[in-house]
Design a protein around this ligand. Sequence first.
Ligand code: GDP
Ligand code: IMO
Ligand code: MG
Length: 426
Amino acid sequence: MKNTVVVGAQWGDEGKAKITDLLAGEADIIIRYQGGCNAGHTVVVDGETYKFHLIPSGILYDGKTCVIGAGTVINPVVLEEELEDLKKRGVSTKNLKICQLAHITMPYHIDLDGADELLLGNNKIGTTKRGIGPTYTDKMARLGFRIEDLYDEELLLSKIERALPIKNAQLEKIYGLKPYSKEQILEFCHYYRDYLKPYVDMDLLPFLEKSRKAGKKILFEGAQGVMLDIDFGTYPYVTSSNPIGGGAVTGTALGINSVDEVIGVFKAYITRVGEGPFMTELLDDEGEKIQSIGKEFGVTTGRKRRCGWFDLPIAKYSAQVSGLTGIALTKLDVFDSFDKIKLCVAYKDKRDGHIYDNYPTNINLHKYLEPVYRVFDGWKTDISKAKSYNDLPENAKIYLKEIEKLTDVPIKIISVGPDREQTIFI
Ligand code: GDP
Ligand code: IMO
Ligand code: MG
């Protein structure tokens, strides 16, 4: 295996965790590079389902090092729940390492996320309310707490003195919420200082460098997706981090030349949770059909996912901004009973007929655009047991070839069901 980044190439929930879990079999180190517990990653092994929010999907293998990287934000309460759940299920967590540079979601970040959304009213983002935006905001505003601060009492106290008056002023004066006392924050920090200690390795950065130089195989696990990227997504309807391929470099302390391959994970269609533009969204029976066959419910919030056809302008854009070297296409089996399948190949301006072959980043323009579709015949066959490309029906191959041709990125993995076994490598 080459050092590989697994990137969500649409609006999240593409099946990244399944692909990461599969590739993790050959990796030595699996490292999450951004996001926090807004992520909901599902892995199914021998019919048993595991849901992860912060822990890399590689944890199910014995003897692999799993890292929560520098670019992530960690809500220790959720991490504790996740760790305890894994231990109860007999999964060893001893190989988990937390980067000391990761930022901590404080209790007030969660209050602020909910309050911001309430105040935005109809303009809300539809966040997961996990405090992600406020944690990254404080990181950028230089008011954040890093994991390493927990182990330096002097530093911790000075950071609380610095940040808390500002946070409390926001809570009380803008939102009319209850402030936090210094003692409350200290108690929280002390509890998680002790709880997380076995996982925090202050020598993680030299360990990563040594491993890279020794030729250890590294798998970078992304969360969310390119269209939720803070810079390249449908801003402001995005998350607050960089899910794109480049996030793997800024979020891990492994240099740009440590990446050999970038696999973009796409669903055979698209889903989105939360608010924001979605050109190919289906608000009819077909959308309902994809939602119900695909069991499209958010892992973190349980919300119904919005569903629509595959969007090529987005796929091309996504391939460019992440530097994709390959595609993993998931959930192809969801189309097994469809008569017709549509592929959006461009957008048309309803006002003057102008055709956009490439994704326009100004989302205000989107309301004037409509998708231009190419229609494909379905295959009307159960493909969930297909083991090789040749097992796939001709109509499925035609659909796949078109995606490959128009994105100009080779499809390297096809997923035909949630289980590890239901995968075709090309
Ligand atoms: P992630 O956030 O990108 O890891 O994806 P999620 O776990 O949020 O959502 C993907 C869902 O699709 C999960 O329930 C997976 O078990 C499921 N899944 C993944 N690949 C396939 C597939 O090829 N076919 C079907 N039917 N389900 C899949
Ligand atoms: P995984 O890793 C899908 C969405 C939210 C909202 C926007 C901002 O499972 O693919 P946030 O809480 O991050 O401030 O919310 O981003 N969002 C996701 N959508 N999958 C995810 O993660 C998501 N994480 C955040 O629904 O629209
Ligand atoms: Mg998910």
